[in-house]
Write a protein that binds this ligand. Structure first.
Ligand SMILES: Nc1ncnc2c1ncn2[C@@H]1O[C@H](COP(=O)(O)OP(=O)(O)OP(=O)(O)O)[C@@H](O)[C@H]1O
Length: 577
């Protein structure tokens, strides 16, 4: 609540406007009541004519219109404030999510993150569009009404002062009762969204393992759970509305009795005064009651803000970058790894003591058994993970001192599972380009990556919609799009997670040719699975259990490493000796 309020009061102009609007709103309520009472008193008791009342009725109409307009502008100001805060939260969350290292972004359910980013932030809306404007109105307008009533009839004013505190007291009590339920509801909504998105993404896997029906049940349970907690919150909300209504009604009735007695029995006040008090008293309680309702909808926002804050405060490993701009002048960089170590967490897989020098333009193969840490090493080199200790020198500059942008401008990374974004093939290729790339350059890159025959077979060629919501592409076709991105970028450091593994012979040949062409002007590091790639590397880093167990050329390692020999024999289908 404190953070949301702080963000509201930080918007000084909007808050000032809300105060001015609230003051005008109060003035309109009092003026409206005064005009109604004057007209009724004049026409029915003072025997005035309709023509006497007409100008007053016209003013009444104008006041009524102004009151409606003020309510509209108050609402608009609240919505603007909400928009501003929601934008701030979304920016903070997106910054947090995109600033996360590869490891941190893989943690937790993606559905939960989407839910916090979209639903969670939207839930904040009612705090600003309802609660804050109502709070400002409640600070000012009831006080104005109270002063007016006090001036015309102090006894009614006293009753208001005595009965009014029951409403905030009741609100606080209900607020305390609902807080836990509301928190539970937000928690269940995020859990439900998370389950739903994860199940949707893994639908094929679930079907293949005959688990789709079971998952359906899990989703149904989660949705029923969410429904129940929403109903619980609504039950309390309705009950609280009823309670507030009851207190307000009782208080107005008390004032009516007091005014009635003084008007009819003691004849100590005029009809004008009595009627004015009877019109203003319900307005007074309505405002307090509205604050109660607004407070209730604001509670949902508070719970959501709590979830967002939790997400923002979650400690995650960031890749640290510096301020220097890396300039390789298009030349392939030299990479020096000095005693690097990295761990995915306590008692998890760790790399340690990694030191190696990679000369400019060299072709390096990271080889070793599955799970030995090849991909982890390449992710550290790519700047997707930060080493826990040690440093990487890029042509003499420590990686942590250069800017993220200038580093990624030099890097091309081709994995076994490239990601296609929702958009056309051409747009997907353009991801690899600067802002002023031409259509010709995109098509040329596509051609070099062997995409021309793929595009020709499609109705809209390079403008065919692919990715999520679009047409699917085969694994090999996706690789070609990813390759075209790299061709467009022409990076000086190429990192490959052996992208040709598992592809058909024709695609593999196209890709291999392209990779050779790309590698000519670059330093190339490949996570190598095939003997052919390993054999032709200038330097092989042979990994074992998170360490570089041996290094050298194929011939060197055949002589020096028994494990390497065993791996080569296994690749050749031979027996190890
Ligand atoms: N995000 C992660 N969190 C925790 N552990 C991880 C994570 N990613 C990978 N690992 C673990 O780190 C180890 C090394 O993984 P890595 O992918 O680097 O191996 P690899 O040599 O490339 O294997 P492969 O040849 O099978 O791709 C594995 O045991 C893996 O389970």
């Amino acid at each position: 609540m404190k953070e949301l309020k702080r963000l509201a009061f930080a918007q000084k102009t909007h808050m000032r406007l809300l105060y001015i609007l609230a003051f005008l709103y109060g003035a309109a309520i009092i003026a409206q009541a005064w005009l109604i009472v004057t007209v009724v008193d004049g026409v029915f008791l003072q025997n005035e004519t309709i023509s006497w009342a007409l100008p007053l009725l016209l003013i009444l109409l104008a006041v009524f219109t102004v009151r409606t307009m003020i309510a509209h502008f108050t609402n608009r100001t609240g919505l603007k404030m909400a928009g501003h805060v929601k934008k701030q939260y979304r920016e903070m969350l997106v910054k947090k999510f995109t600033g996360n290292s590869l490891q941190a972004s893989g943690q937790g359910q993606s559905g939960e993150k989407v839910s916090v980013l979209l639903d969670g932030v939207d839930e904040i809306d009612s705090f600003y569009s309802h609660y804050i404007p109502q709070l400002v109105i409640t600070y000012i307008v009831p006080l104005m009404i109270l002063v007016t009533i006090f001036i015309v009839n102090p006894y009614s004013g006293l009753i208001l002062i005595i009965t009014a505190p029951f409403i905030p007291f009741c609100m606080i009590l209900i607020g305390k009762m609902t807080q836990k339920k509301q928190d539970e509801q937000v928690e269940k909504l995020t859990a439900f969204s998370g389950r739903f998105l994860d199940s949707l993404q893994g639908l094929a896997t679930l079907k293949l393992f005959g688990r789709a029906k079971k998952q359906e049940q899990v989703i149904e349970d989660a949705s029923l759970n969410f429904r129940d907690s929403t109903m619980n919150v609504l039950k309390v909300a309705f009950l609280s509305a009823l309670m507030l209504e009851f207190i307000a009604m009782l208080s107005v009735a008390l004032i009516a009795v007091e005014v009635g007695l003084r008007l009819v029995i003691y004849q100590s006040i005029t009809f004008f005064t009595a009627f004015l008090v009877l019109i203003l008293a319900p307005e007074f309680f309505n405002l307090l009651k509205n604050l109660g309702t607004a407070f209730h909808s604001g509670r949902g926002s508070v719970a959501s803000a709590g979830r967002i804050r939790e997400e923002l405060d979650r400690e995650t490993k960031h890749v640290s970058w510096g301020k220097d701009v890396l300039n390789t002048s298009g030349k392939p960089p030299e990479l020096v790894m000095r005693n690097l170590s990295f761990s995915y967490g306590e008692d998890r897989f760790a790399l340690s003591g990694i030191s190696a020098t990679i000369a400019p333009g060299d072709r390096i193969a990271a080889a070793g058994a599955s799970g030995s840490g090849k991909t982890t090493l390449v992710h550290i080199l790519a700047g997707l993970l930060d080493p826990d200790e040690g440093d990487i020198l890029i042509s003499g500059h420590e990686r942590s001192t250069i800017t993220e942008q200038s580093w990624f401008d030099e890097v091309g990374y081709l994995s076994q599972h490239p990601y296609l974004f929702s958009g056309t093939i051409a747009e997907n290729i353009m991801l690899g380009a600067g802002p002023d790339v031409t259509r010709e350059e995109v098509l040329r890159a596509g051609g070099k990556a062997g995409l021309d025959p793929v595009a020709e077979a499609l109705d809209n060629g390079y403008d065919t919609f692919v990715g999520e919501g679009g047409r699917g592409l085969s694994g090999g076709e996706k690789q070609r799009v990813a390759l075209a991105r790299v061709f467009l970028k022409k990076p000086s450091l190429l990192l490959f997670d052996e992208p040709t593994v598992g592809l058909d012979l024709e695609t593999e040949q196209i890709l291999q040719r392209s990779l050779n062409e790309l590698g000519d002007g670059a330093t190339v590091i490949t996570v190598a699975h095939r003997l052919h790639t390993i054999k032709h590397a200038d330097l092989i880093l042979f990994m074992n259990n998170g360490k570089i167990a041996d290094r050298g050329t194929h011939e060197d390692l055949l002589k020096s490493s028994a494990d390497y020999r065993q791996m080569v024999y296994a690749h050749q289908g031979g027996e190890s000796r």
